[in-house]
Design a protein around this ligand. Sequence first.
Ligand code: DX5
Ligand code: ZN
Length: 230
Amino acid sequence: MPKVIVAPSILAADFSNLAGEVRKVEDAGADWIHCDIMDGHFVDNISFGPTIVSFVRKQTKLPLDVHLMIEHADHYVPRFVDAGANSITVHVEPEAKHDVGKTLRQIRDAGCRVGLTLNPATSFELLEPFLDKIDMLLVMTVHPGFGGQSFRAEQMEKVKRAAEWNKTRDRKSASRTDSSGGEIDIEVDGGINPETARVSIQNGANVLVAGTSIFRTDDYAKAIRDLRGQ
Ligand code: DX5
Ligand code: ZN
């Protein structure tokens, strides 16, 4: 069974001690740090920008997984690259107001891992044309904008479809001699706790984003172990 990657979302951290929170979660066994960027247009909330991401970069060696819930992501991608992002995920919805294919190429050309995501109400078909151009598919399991919401189990249909796609991808790459054609990571984000993590993993997810269920507990190491199902 592949390793489960746990990516704590600092949206739920104590910002008055952000450096300490990032170090604490790294010591507790986190794999990546998830940074939720909200612009007050694409989603109904405002979080933080590249300055905070570059500050987090200085606190940790862990990969920074940047999730852009913003309009015109193409305009801001270079700033998050400069801030030290390792992966950048953008939204596929027309309301995000960018040329998705171009932005994905822009992220790859900048040397970052490429992620694509969709809101709960958006159909899987919309991102199908891009599946062979990404390293990671993020399945939103809440409507984006706020931490602390309840997991939407019906989104597991998308996780399953991505896992199915990975299987056909495996078969294709097995018949090739080059190294291209690897599987994409399947990340879930929103309402992830030990129970919904188990459901997500069962359906094929391998990356868990969690804010509340880590940062709002007293023992981050235990919270991360519980998410992994250990
Ligand atoms: C929602 C964000 C999530 C959020 C997860 O808009 O994309 O990453 O921080 O938070 P919890 O784990 O509290 O649902
Ligand atoms: Zn997120």
